[in-house]
Design a binder for this molecule. Structure first.
Ligand code: ZN
Length: 175
């Protein structure tokens, strides 16, 4: 396993539409392993392959919560070629962040519940209902596969402000 570099706004690769995974190969499993290591190291709760510059429809996620002893048992989950097949009319608001937009958080409104279809690492197709944080997180990550970022849901004023901030930071980093 290896920690990969997470690409950051305004990297144009974040706007790519990722390609479907045609077969769950050893390389795909290795990519998922690397993504978990990268995600836990960050730390984050979800990561799309494009965030490590691999334009493939692959997501890793771990929404494990602390138990009563304050310990967190990892609950790693992989979603390959995930799709939203239905969404509730009811909306919910969560404060979102993104490993590709570090240290920036804003409230985003999305469907409160979604039904998803995805393939697992054994190549099996599943359907599952998501609500709460899971619903928000899977929608955020599927957006990445389509080149969409959570800042796209903000007002133009807020979005312009955050884009400018990251453009400046990138310029400074480039010296
Ligand atoms: Zn993100």
């Amino acid at each position: 396993m290896a920690i990969r570099e997470i690409i950051i706004l305004p990297d144009k690769q974040l706007r790519l539409v990722s390609k479907p995974v045609e077969k769950v190969t050893t390389e795909i499993r290795k990519l998922a392993d690397d993504m978990f290591e990268t995600m836990y190291d960050a730390p984050g709760i979800g990561l799309a392959a494009i965030q490590v510059a691999e334009p493939l429809r692959l997501i890793t996620m771990d929404l494990a919560k602390k138990d009563e002893n304050g310990e967190t048992k990892p609950k790693p989950r992989v979603f390959i070629n995930p799709e939203i097949i239905s969404a509730s009319e009811e909306l919910s608001v969560y404060e979102e962040g993104c490993l590709s937009i570090p240290e920036y958080y804003e409230e985003v409104e999305r469907p409160a519940r979604v039904r998803i279809r995805f393939t697992d690492l054994d190549g099996k197709v599943h359907e599952e209902d998501a609500d709460g944080l899971f619903a928000t997180c899977i929608q955020h990550e599927i957006d990445h596969l389509n080149g969409v970022l959570f800042v796209d849901y903000l007002s133009k004023l807020k979005r312009d402000r955050v884009m400018k901030k990251f453009m400046k930071a990138a310029k400074r980093a480039a010296g």
